[in-house]
Design a protein around this ligand. Structure first.
Ligand SMILES: C[S@@+](CC[C@H](N)C(=O)[O-])C[C@H]1O[C@@H](n2cnc3c(N)ncnc32)[C@H](O)[C@@H]1O
Length: 255
């Protein structure tokens, strides 16, 4: 290709943690991170958060209040934590777990077999920005610790809106910003010093965990993210801080 063939898309950049990369390179880099961590993902989650991610995921279910028969789409669903919780609370509900990293889904399928939930679950390799599902085909859309990895968050939210039926609900669990600078400082010291070192010690993989902490710092704060959800068409958008804003839940309705 000569310079004369260059398009705007070739020049677009985004962030991968604190690095600036070409927009079309990011998905491959994210895929590499989660392929590397898949086998140890669940153990590392417990180690890094001291088990607190379980409390946050349970809080997500408390607010979501799954109902019998609902069809859940859990995007960036990884090893299935959200889908499993949903199905345990809602008899006759079904869940589709969609993720772009097959090795994360393979881990999830193993767990589903062990928990006897397999027949109510589908596992689909797909990208949050171009979901392989029909319009209005789900009652609930969840994405937990996934959206900050997506190259164009606006595209993922537009897809969430498209695949939900009218009356359907979106809920996002994501790391957020602590609205207190002293606490944020302490949390940053922990994240940047402890987490990559843990990744190195436990998984022999500092870089993947360095990316994870950098991507957390790059994600918009609670109000800015709520505004993005409203711009995608959702109504009654609200959020709740978890652990003083270390993470947050955002909820919106397609009305
Ligand atoms: C931190 S894990 C979260 C897994 C699970 N939802 C949880 O809460 O434990 C992030 C997941 O997002 C997936 N992911 C990242 N970008 C994606 C995209 N554009 N489309 C679909 N999945 C994506 C990764 O493959 C990875 O499995």
């Amino acid at each position: 290709m000569t310079d004369g063939d260059k398009t705007d898309a070739d020049d677009r950049t985004t962030h991968f943690g604190f690095r600036t990369v070409a927009e079309d390179a990011k998905a491959g880099l994210v895929h590499g991170v989660f392929t590397n961590v898949a086998r140890r993902y669940d153990r590392m989650n417990d180690l890094m958060s001291g088990g607190v991610h379980r409390i946050w995921k349970d809080a997500m279910m408390d607010w979501l209040a799954p109902r019998p028969g609902q069809r859940l789409l859990d995007v960036a669903g990884g090893t299935g934590d959200i889908a499993f919780r949903f199905l345990r609370r809602a008899p006759d509900a079904t869940a589709t777990v969609c993720d772009m990293t097959e090795s994360m889904l393979v881990e999830g399928q193993r767990r589903a077999d062990a928990e006897s939930l397999a027949e109510r679950l589908d596992w689909v390799v797909g990208d949050a920005m171009v979901l392989p599902f029909d319009d209005a085909s789900f009652d609930v859309y969840t994405i937990s610790f996934g959206i900050r990895n997506v190259t164009r968050i606006e595209d993922a939210l537009a897809e969430a809106f498209r695949v939900l039926r009218p009356g359907g609900r979106l809920m996002v669990l994501e790391f957020s910003q602590i609205p207190n600078s002293a606490l944020q400082w302490a949390y940053d010291r922990y994240s940047f010093n402890v987490i990559p070192a843990l990744g190195q010690a436990v998984a022999n993989d500092r870089d993947s965990y360095q990316y994870l902490v950098e991507s957390i710092r790059r994600f918009p704060d609670q109000e800015a993210f709520a505004a993005m959800i409203r711009r995608a068409g959702f109504e009654q958008v609200k959020y709740r801080n978890l652990t003083m804003g270390v993470a947050a839940l955002h909820s919106g309705w397609k009305l």
